[in-house]
Design a protein around this ligand. Sequence first.
Ligand code: MEV
Length: 447
Amino acid sequence: MTNPIEKKFRNMDHKERLEFIKNKTKLDDKEIALFNNTSIFNFDEINDMVENAIGVFQIPLGIANNFVVNGKEYLIPMAIEEPSVIAASSNAAKIAKKAGGFKAKADKSIMTGQIQLVSFGSSSSSTNTDKLIKTIMENKPKLIKLANTKSKFARCIDIQARQINDESANNLGPMIIIEIYVDTKDAMGANIVNTMCEVTAPEIEALTDGQVILKILSNYSTNRLVRCKGIFPKESIGGDRVLKRILFSYAFAYSDTYRAVTHNKGIMNGIDSVAIATGQDFRAIEAGCHAYACRDGQYRSLTKWYENSNGDLVGEIEIPLAVGIVGGITNTHPLVKACIKMLDISSSQELATIIAAVGLAQNFSAIRALSDEGIQKGHMKLHSKNIVKMAGGWGGRGEGGEGGASNEQIEEVSQQMINEGNISVSRAKEIIESMNKTNKQHDNYHI
Ligand code: MEV
């Protein structure tokens, strides 16, 4: 066998890659073995998905319940490592359900592809760009036809062109941006849009005597918006006092960017978790949503909150959401496939409505808690349990928890630390030690 060190990493098999990492790093055998477990995949499958694969990275998958969107009940898979997010979504959905659940509507799946045209003809004057834009527009049917040769399903439905000017310090002058609009149906559509951009680019160059630089989709999918609304009855949220406080928290997020970023981060907790579980490009969703949050020039809340004439709280969200139920890993990743099937959805628009509802629900729970008792109480419970697990040192009794401790024992230590207001590994160790001693005495007594 070739010495793995001499081989290029990408040409190594799994064993050689792990051997290589072991030699290059301080990881011990136990740690290296963590990469050996590829879970539901075999190594070739993950190696086909990404380059230089060494293993799989797992995060918890949970279910948000109580969701009713447009009159239909859903069990919603959420993949996330952060505690409280799934419970928060489920609780919010339970409250919204009392008023009929969420109402949502998603636009058609129209994606935008951009083709950047520069150095056209002998001059880049605005008369020249006007003329070229006219030429492109006159050839629209031909360009659309050309784009549509690339797919039987997705359809290029329109093309527009506009001039922009280099606003950077390089001062490269005007350029023409040709935008193709593609109905990608049930796919997110990145691949087909990029392909259509690439196939039309040479024709655009020929028509204009220009030079195409970039040809790529835009992740700012403002023709693919989803809107969702939920009503949260006043009596279920802590009455008028809490409602007013929630409106103040919204005012804060609407008016102050520092707060808006955190407020929207909470929304993305929900959106990303469903996006990950259903195999979406969550980076694209994030980028689009954050750009949309600044559409009027200031970064603001992605949700809107107000009181209706009944005195109930109403929440609304409007975001660009490019999601698909075909293509990408939705066809290949077994867990993603199962999560999509669990949702029992028939279109990418339906998925978008669910994701928007989870984002809204998540935001409701966060600002409700923040406006009232704060979020640390709930967080502390989970945090405290994790601290107990980290402390370890159990005497080997019990069955479920860490190091032989039962879940009840973990709960007991965790609760004691919360009551004492001292959540730390050292305190957990002391309590565990005293519990171990008591248990030993108990055992001796029985002998
Ligand atoms: C934490 O992941 C999310 C929150 O900070 C969101 C918010 O502040 O609205 C609780």
